[in-house]
Structure formats: C-alpha cells, structure tokens
Design a protein around this ligand. Structure first.
Ligand code: PEP
Length: 248
C-alpha cells in the first residue's frame, strides 16, 4: 500500500511573519496523519522552514533548481545547496516553469537528474493544457514529458521520485479535473511505468494537482491511482491545507 503524500507549493508567496503563522497553524493541527506532508517554499525561506520544521512530521523542499552542479550561473540555485538546507523534495518541471521560463522536456530531465544526484526527491510535474486536452492529446503530452525523464535517468530512478499529474487548465483556476478524469491519467502514467518495471510502478507516488481543496480532496484522493496532492492556493491557509492532509 502506497502512503499518500500531500505537498504544498507556496509558489511566490509568503514573508517571514506570514510563514511563521502558517507553519505554526499547520504544526498545531497535525495530530497523527496517515499521509506524509511536505511544503515547497521559495528559496529565501528555506532556512526558516528548516529551523521551524526540523524534528516535526513535515518535510520541506524547493520549487525549482538548476540543472548545473555549480559555476557561472548567476541567480541559479543548485541541488547541493538545497540539500544544505535540509530539503527532502524539489518540484521539477512545474507547468509555470515550463510555460513562463521556457523549460523544455530536456531541461526538466536534466533538473530531475541533478536532483537525484544530490539525494533530493524530485516531484516531477506533468500535465496537458486545455487545448491539448480538447485536442485529444493528453496521453501523448503526459507520455512525452515522462519519457524525457525516463530516457535520461532510467525507469529505476522513478523509485526515488514522485510524479505529480497537474492538468494546466486546473492549476489556480478553480477548475478541478473530475476524479474520473484524474484517475484515467494517473492509471495511464502508472501503466506506462508498469510496462517498463512493475515494481517501480506499484511503489510510485502519483500526486494530483490542480485546484485541490478541502471540498474535493477526499473524492480525488479516494481514487486507486491518486496517491496524494500537490496543493497551491489551499496550501497558504493552515486549516484548508490540514483538511486536505486529513483527507489523505
Ligand atoms: C500548483 O501550484 O501546483 C497547484 C496545483 O496550484 P492550485 O492548487 O492553486 O491549483
């Protein structure tokens, strides 16, 4: 049985004071949860979350990393730097990175490999745009995004990774994929991995992301191939985030 993982993606939100209040609220309400919990925060707040969450049941991570180990890459942050701040996870290939910062499948595959090499668990985001869904190419797009990573790192690498299916049209829009729509793509992803390695497929955590809220979390998380959530907006509110964690 796979343990569910609920991870918050704070995106470019927060301040030292806001984060302190948010994390205190989440810590206070954690109790004993079945699901694993993590927060992925902006780089400048990693020291704060490390100080606040060390010894707690909440893991933390970043939202991006450089594909390069070190060097003349002004403004970039390497995987080993994230390790220094105790990160367990790093989001790789979020649709906002792909769309706004031109991250190709090849760059995402390099970032995924860089994360693994440093001992971080990459949360690989895949997902189609509305145009792609309406054009009937959802599986082709998601399959291509997955293939790029498997071609570079091998299927065994997925044993140390998480995949997040995030339909682009559902991110931050309030439109959620129906449990059936999400389950179908999750099953497709797992089936694709199973064709390469059945054991890796069975153990693979595949999160759903895209306007997951307390009101829809239980039904989504109840699907057989949905193993958790990557949560944007609702992760900025302690009660909403906790409600989703409890549904897992
Ligand atoms: C996300 O940022 O990955 C995300 C799923 O955002 P939201 O929950 O706000 O749709």
């Amino acid at each position: 049985m796979r343990r569910k993982l609920v991870a918050g993606n704070w995106k470019m939100h927060g301040s030292l004071a806001e984060n302190d209040a948010l994390l205190s609220g989440v810590l206070a309400g954690m109790g004993s949860l079945r699901a694993g919990v993590a927060v992925c925060v902006p780089f400048p707040f990693l020291a704060q979350v490390q100080a606040k969450l060390t010894g707690s049941a909440i893991a933390w991570g970043a939202q991006n990393l450089s594909q390069h180990a070190k060097g003349a890459y002004t403004g970039e942050v390497s995987a080993t730097m994230l390790k220094d701040f105790g990160c367990a996870y790093v989001i790789v290939g979020h649709s906002e990175r792909r769309a706004l910062y031109g991250e190709s499948d090849a760059v995402v595959a390099e970032k995924f490999a860089a994360a693994l090499a440093a001992g971080l668990i990459p949360i690989l985001c895949v997902g189609e745009t509305l145009e792609e869904r309406e054009g009937g190419v959802t599986e082709a797009v998601v399959g291509r995004q997955l293939d790029a990573v498997v071609a570079k790192s091998g299927v065994a690498a997925l044993a140390k990774a998480v995949v997040a299916y995030e339909p682009v049209w559902a991110i931050g829009t309030g439109k959620t994929a129906s449990p059936e729509q999400a389950q179908a793509v999750h099953a497709f992803i797992r089936g694709k991995v199973r064709a390469l390695d059945a054991a890796v497929a069975e153990g693979l955590i595949i999160q759903y992301g895209g306007s997951m809220k307390p009101g829809n979390a239980a039904e989504l998380l109840g699907q057989p191939d949905i193993d958790g959530g990557l949560i944007g907006g609702a992760a900025l509110n302690a009660e909403e985030f906790l409600a989703i964690c409890r549904a897992g």
